[in-house]
Ligand binder design. Structure first.
Ligand code: B3K
Ligand code: ZN
Length: 847
């Protein structure tokens, strides 16, 4: 398969002025009639053949201006030679047949438990009809759906409907990847919204009968998102209806189709009995994310798929701001950084590293990555820090006015910032074009009068990019005096060279708090004593760095436990104890401070320090660390658990969720010293899924919980979304020596419907999330995951490829493990008929 290169971009030969589609839906033979109004693109002078993308379509007829023409058809599209095209504008009609029922890839038009739905991003529209399936071709669409089903939906505003048909019109020109269609027996949870300028918008969340009472939180999140985008970005909704549909079979989280968002049902449906606090928070964030795309993605879209971060990085940044405003900025930032390090730093440090704006790909679906999304958002956070709140607001206003209705590039985006603020961003652009996580070393010097911080940045080589230049790195610092008072409030230093010093007047030696708020996505390297870390954990005024100090203390300790057999000492135990019981701190923050460093994170840190990580040993030492903490806090835990019990009915707000998080963290620790007595009682008394699952995990972690698992299945056996948790948590929390056996047993469970992406992820994904289980010395974890990827690939290459990233960390481990992973990668590479998706991933990971 050939790679596509950014450098080869050319505008499309034609313009699509209007699209009219008719769908006659039938599971095995759906007819799609398309009428495209086309004209030559003045941006591509000369006469050109007309090339349309099309895959897996049965062509019935092609007509130009009503007359049948002979088009050349191949496996990826059709060509109509220039001589057969009238001069000027013309109408092209095509008629094709497709089979949604047999579409197991869940891309294009497919069926999910009797309902029709679509997923077109990135290149799924070409599986529906012949079309220039590229984001810079934008057109207004009119859609007619004919089917014997009660609910028939498409993008835009309803034009009319009758028995067996409905018509929709989307006045806003859009690329084909934002097209959507849904047809099924659905019911709506509805509400109204009036925009700031007075437009009445009908809001509907469409679900299967029986699920309507689980939509309230998603609807509330939608209404808050719409209001927030008006207030914070001045962006209003632009249609008379906004529809959301929940679908059970979906390759990812959700999709921002214009006026018709389609969601994985797992990110819509929630009730206190069935959803955890984390589920509620994710639903709020994803509803917001997809809604915010209406402006950042839909009204302004991407010129080509290399510019994906233009919409994704910005929309993630916006949803993070929103969640921070709705909840706690401090807690949200810590959670976002945890996730960035766990997923993006991991990707950036391995064979799959790629720039935020890549310059080539084989299969674009493989580039919906943590780098494009999360690092893409971090880059915008840095821009904002560099130009300030006001500069950012001016730049965004200019972006919306200058590029509304266009398909834009990263160059356009950066130019808006340059024009609005007068800043030169040529060097800053390296964040978009160069992969890899910069490492920043820091030294300090105090001479009695002044204090100097010296920074040195190193930009590691990544695949295809051996050398790179210095980045612009905003480093937020504060200085504390030895009493813990802040003597320098947060100040942003701009590192632009390989090595640079900054001097501050200081009569006493200050304690520095560096990279406050995680002001840049870098790894900071500085030798810090445990005393200084404990001091910052107690005194730092920056909540992120306060948490970071505790985290670093724990990681230093765990590293010493693993490498030298050290034992947890009072410096860490006492510091954590103080935070845990400090009632002046937000319980959610205290819960985060209690969380031990993850095993994968530890493996990566050891590897970066030149030590080959041993997964079994990390697992064992981390466990020993938890036990030591449990013994230290033990006597005070029952009191804390009692004090945090929430009287009254469940509410999903951040305050209540934070209290539950701390309570569950305390229960999990207590289980290590009381054999699970308190957790068992909490499980029995739980009236919400957060506590039910929290207590169950606490039990599984100490080798108990089997009865509870049986009861859970008996109670929730018919609920798909809840049962996904049941599958996942017994694998993720299995003993490393048992994880593979537990997974194998569950793959034989009658409800292991492996063709359903959520269920596949709950089982196979949960095994790869069990670090010591997946990387078990026997190699059985590698084998089992590879077996299942090979089985899924012919049916659903997108999900198979996505899950193959389980293998991306192999270069960290010992020669035996490296050899075993390489053998699995080679086995996959050799599989006959391997998809382009999985094929590209495997090839990149083999290096
Ligand atoms: N834009 C979609 C992701 C599409 C993934 C295609 N493989 C969801 C989102 O980012 O909002
Ligand atoms: Zn998105």
């Amino acid at each position: 398969p050939r790679a596509v290169h950014l450098a080869d971009y050319q505008p499309y030969t034609h313009r699509v002025e209007h699209v009219a589609l008719t769908f006659r839906l039938a599971p095995r033979a759906t007819r799609v009639l398309a009428a495209l109004r086309l004209s030559p693109n003045p941006g591509r002078p000369g006469r050109h053949d007309l090339r349309l993308d099309g895959e897996q379509l049965r062509l019935i007829a092609v007509r130009i201006e009503g007359r049948e023409v002979a088009a050349r058809v191949d496996a990826t599209g059709m060509t109509i030679p220039a001589e057969m095209l009238p001069e000027g504008g013309f109408t092209l009609e095509t008629e094709v047949e497709i089979a949604p029922e047999g579409n197991t890839a869940l891309e294009g038009l497919y069926m999910s438990r009797g309902m029709y739905c679509t997923q077109c991003e990135a290149e799924g529209f070409r599986k529906i009809t012949y079309y220039p399936d590229r984001p810079d071709v934008m057109a207004p669409f009119r859609v007619r759906i004919e089917a014997d089903l009660p609910v028939l939906l498409s993008n835009g505003n309803p034009l009319g409907q009758g028995p067996g048909w409905a018509e929709w019109e989307d006045p806003w020109p859009k690329p084909a990847y934002l097209f959507a269609l849904v047809a099924g027996d659905l019911v709506a949870h509805s509400a109204d919204f009036t925009t700031a300028s007075g437009r009445a918008v009908a809001l509907n969340i469409w679900v299967r009968a029986g699920d309507q009472d689980r939509c309230a939180y998603a609807m509330d999140s939608l209404i808050r998102s719409m209001r927030w985008d008006e207030e914070v970005y001045g962006r209003e909704y632009d249609l008379d209806v906004f529809n959301i549909v929940a679908v059970d079979d979906f390759n990812m989280g959700a999709m921002e189709n214009k006026g018709l968002n389609i969601f994985n049902s797992k990110y819509v449906l929630a009730s206190p009995e069935t959803a955890t606090d984390d589920d509620f928070a994710r639903i709020e964030a994803i509803i917001a994310h997809e809604y915010f795309h209406n402006w950042t993605g839909n009204r302004i879209t991407c010129r080509d798929w290399f510019q994906l971060c233009l919409k994704e990085g910005l929309t993630v940044f916006r949803d993070q701001q929103f969640s921070g405003d709705m909840r706690s900025h401090a807690v949200k930032r810590i959670e976002d950084v945890l996730m960035l390090r766990a997923r993006q730093f991991r990707e950036d440090g391995g064979p799959l590293a790629h720039p935020v704006r890549p310059d080539s790909y084989v299969e674009i679906n493989n580039f919906y990555t943590a780098t494009i999304y999360e690092k893409g958002a971090e880059v915008i956070g840095m821009l904002k820090r560099l130009v300030g709140e006001e500069g950012y607001a001016r730049a965004l206003d200019l972006y919306f006015t200058r590029h509304d209705g266009e398909a834009a590039t990263i160059e356009d985006w950066l130019r808006v910032f340059e024009d609005a603020t007068g800043r030169d961003l040529a060097q800053f652009k390296r964040w978009y074009t160069e992969a890899g996580t910069p490492r920043v070393k820091v030294w300090e010097e105090w001479d009695g009068e002044s204090y100097t911080l010296t920074f040195e940045q190193e930009n590691p080589a990544t695949p295809g990019q051996p050398e790179k230049g210095a980045k612009v790195i905003p480093i937020a610092v504060g200085l504390l005096n030895p009493n813990g008072d802040e003597v320098l409030p947060t100040t942003v230093l701009e590192l632009t060279q390989d090595r640079q010093s900054f001097r501050f007047p200081a009569a006493a030696r200050p304690v520095p708090s560096i990279l406050r708020g995680f002001s840049a996505p870098v790894v900071l390297e500085r030798d810090v004593s445990p005393e200084e870390r404990a001091f910052l954990l107690a005194h730092d005024t920056d909540p992120f760095n306060k948490w970071e100090a505790g985290r670093a203390l724990a990681k230093d300790l765990l590293a010493r436990m693993v490498t030298e057999g050290a034992a947890p000492g009072p410096d860490w135990l006492d510091a954590i104890a103080r935070v845990t019981f400090d009632e002046g701190l937000d319980p959610a923050f205290r819960a985060l401070a209690l969380r031990l460093p993850g095993e994968d994170d530890m493996a990566s840190t050891l590897h970066a320090g030149g030590i080959t990580p041993d997964p079994a040993r990390i697992w064992a030492e981390r466990r020993r660390m938890g036990e030591a903490l449990a013994r230290r806090l033990g006597p005070q835990l029952p009191g804390l658990i009692e004090a945090l019990a929430e009287p009254g009915p469940f509410t999903p707000d951040a305050r209540a969720a934070g209290r539950r998080a701390l309570r569950i963290a305390a229960l999990a620790l207590l289980a290590r010293v009381d054999g699970g007595r308190a957790a068992r009682a909490a499980h029995a008394a739980a009236d919400n899924m957060t506590e039910e699952v929290g207590a169950l995990i606490a039990l599984l972690e100490v080798g108990a919980g089997q009865e509870e698992l049986v009861a859970f299945e008996a109670r929730w056996g018919r609920d798909r979304n809840v049962m996904d948790k049941w599958f996942a948590l017994q694998i993720a929390h299995a003993h490393p020596d048992q994880a593979v056996a537990v997974t194998e047993a569950l793959t034989r469970h009658p409800d292991f419907d492996w063709k359903n992406p959520n269920r596949f992820r709950s089982v196979i994904g949960a095994l790869s999330a069990n670090h010591a289980g997946f990387h078990h010395g026997s190699g059985a974890g590698y084998r089992l995951v590879a077996d299942w990827l090979l089985r899924l690939d012919p049916l659903n290459p997108q999900t198979a490829a996505r899950m193959s990233t389980a293998f991306e960390t192999w270069p960290r481990y010992d020669a035996d493990r490296q050899g075993m992973v390489q053998a699995e990668l080679a086995r996959m590479a050799a599989a006959p008929g391997l998809s382009r998706d999985l094929g590209e991933m495997v090839a990149r990971m083999r290096g």
